[in-house]
Design a binder for this molecule. Structure first.
Ligand code: NAD
Length: 541
């Protein structure tokens, strides 16, 4: 029971470590990577705080060395999912009523543990499981996750402070209750921080959770579980199950106590889950909250007043960092003819310097894409572009899956603005460029706005403020995160709350109070101090 209006520590972004050659953090991370890469981890599920091993296992293999097994994980049958749900509901009695200060302390402690003793392990697991280089692992698995925990605590008390007015003689107050039931969190492979935040945001607000991580992020999911446990998260609050996503989702979404979905992943999967929830609506005790951040086809648009080197740099970083496997990664660009040759010159130079290989070698800017399915899909589109008269591969185009799932950073020049790689999410290191005539710049903005179903991130480049204003207006619905003279990636918690609209998600902005509000159900309490005893109003005479 809190006795006082407590301030929480002011949230600050975790500084990104540099990992320069010879630095202690680099030595520690690479040594941890080596040890974990050569070890054999056995990853259980976690139900009611207990490790559950079913003996039904799948191997964990790094995308950059797919024949090398670093361990295995245990997968669920329906009885495990049912256990996870009933355990969560049992834990709800205590967790939903414990003081918010206890919940805040757990996640603030998790942030500090991750900033210190867990940092190398979380980053190394992310490098192995998801093939992120040192820098990409640091900004995701360490810094962004720490930021989520710190800022969400601050947002929680900001929400609590939002209270109604009270007229004389009465006292109005609102209570931010957790949802009645359990939250089902489904996370994607590509961000360790998102995987942690999906269950943690709901749990911070007093909810209990069944969390299904991606099969391609299991190693780092296990480190998150260890972190939560050491931070003091009570048993049963977040229960982790692995395995068949359809079976697990069927079990969770058919429970009368299902009260919310916190999803990040692809658009089709989310739309189907939404449909399933709709079909089950008569089953539930409460209308479930549905929060989903989904796919994208993120753009860079340049005006002829833009600086060609800045545009090229935005493409190189925005499209090829983490192999284009950021939901925010730029994958289509619209460049005016008059600056295209300069942009291309810089782009060729920059991409020729990018090294590709295992994340164990920090010189490698580009590592492997996540799995064979992803590799095959991206390679198919690249090979199709080699054959198609409407497309030309102008940079890269190579791919090789003999050891790891490696795809060269690739730039396709499309002769048609709606060529398939201009409109389809490939989720790989492939940028498609459409060159427009300078005087058709207004029409090109319509193409940006209309050619895809998505609206996640986008960037415009111009040094002309009239053009900046006009393009910002023309594209107001085309991106939930909109960048002016900067690449469309790299959102920082507390600075650029993240999310998109249209087919890119419900835009509840991960890392913001808006997201946390979705995990609460407000109870208004009105108390009257001198209670009326006469039913007659004055107008009755
Ligand atoms: P995915 O949709 O394949 O998988 C996401 C999660 O859904 C995984 O846990 C997976 O096991 C589960 N899943 C898969 N099929 C399912 C089914 N039929 N029923 C229930 N669950 C199912 O996505 P991914 O490959 O892990 O991640 C890449 C996608 O995520 C891209 O589309 C990317 O744009 C998107 N993404 C979006 C954001 C954002 O903030 N908008 C952030 C990260 C990733």
């Amino acid at each position: 029971m809190a006795r006082g209006y407590f301030n929480v520590p002011v949230a600050v972004n975790e500084p990104v470590k540099g990992y320069a050659p010879g630095s202690p953090e680099r030595e520690e991370l690479l040594a941890t990577y080596k040890k974990m890469f050569n070890g054999n981890v056995d990853v259980p599920m976690h139900i009611n705080g207990k490790e559950v091993r079913t003996g039904n296992t799948k191997n964990i293999t790094p995308p950059h060395d797919h024949q090398h097994v670093v361990g295995q994980y245990h997968i669920a049958d329906q009885s495990h999912v049912d256990d996870a749900i009933s355990t969560a509901l049992a834990a709800r009695k205590s967790w939903s009523s414990v003081s918010w200060t206890e919940r805040a302390s757990i996640f603030l402690k998790a942030a500090e543990l991750l900033a210190g003793p867990y940092r190398a392990k979380m980053n190394a697991a992310t490098m192995i499981a998801q093939s992120k280089n040192v820098h990409q692992a640091e900004i995701d698995a360490a810094c962004e996750m720490i930021d989520f925990f710190r800022f969400n605590v601050q947002y929680m008390i900001d929400i609590f402070k939002d209270q109604p007015q009270s007229a004389p003689g009465i006292w109005n107050r609102v209570e931010y209750r957790p949802l009645e039931g359990f939250v089902y969190a489904i996370s994607p492979f590509n961000f360790t921080s998102i995987a942690a935040n999906l269950p943690a945001a709901a749990a911070l607000m007093g909810n209990v959770v069944v969390w299904k991580p991606s099969d391609h992020q299991v190693y780092s999911a296990q480190v998150i579980v260890d972190l939560f446990k050491e931070a003091g998260l009570p048993d049963g609050v977040i229960n982790v199950v692995y395995g068949d996503p359809v079976m697990i989702s069927d079990a969770c979404l058919s429970s009368p106590d299902f009260s919310g979905l916190h999803f990040t992943g692809s658009t089709t999967v989310f739309k189907n889950l939404w449909k399933q929830i709709g079909n089950n609506i008569h089953t539930y005790k409460t209308y479930p909250r549905i929060v989903g951040e989904t796919g994208g086809k993120d753009f860079i648009w340049a005006h002829n007043s833009a600086n060609p080197l800045q545009v090229a740099t935005a493409i190189t970083r925005g499209s090829f960092e983490y192999q284009g496997q950021k939901c925010s990664a730029a994958s289509r660009a619209y460049i005016p003819a008059s600056i295209w040759n300069d942009v291309l010159k810089h782009l060729k130079k920059q991409t020729s310097e990018l090294k590709m290989g295992s994340p164990e070698n920090p010189d490698n800017f580009v590592n492997a894409v996540i799995h064979q399915g992803s590799f095959d899909k991206i390679a198919k589109y690249i090979d199709a572009a080699k054959e198609n008269e409407n497309a030309e591969i102008i940079i890269g185009g190579g791919h090789d899956k003999s050891k790891g799932y490696f795809i060269e950073p690739t730039v396709i020049l499309a002769k048609n603005a709606t060529y398939e790689t201009m409109t389809t999410e490939l989720f790989g290191p492939v940028m498609t460029v459409y060159v427009y005539e300078d005087n058709e710049w207004e029409a090109s903005l319509k193409l940006v706005d209309n050619s895809t179903e998505y609206a996640l991130t986008g960037a415009i480049f111009s040094t002309d403020r009239y053009i900046v204003e006009q393009a910002s207006k023309a594209l107001e619905d085309a991106a939930g995160n909109f960048y002016i003279n900067d690449k469309p990636t790299g959102a920082v918690v507390g600075q650029q709350p993240f999310g998109g609209a249209r087919a890119s998600g419900t835009n509840d902005k991960a890392g913001s109070a808006q997201n946390l509000l979705r995990w609460t159900s407000v109870r208004l309490i009105k108390e009257t101090f001198v209670t009326p005893q006469d039913y007659k109003y004055p107008f009755l005479g």
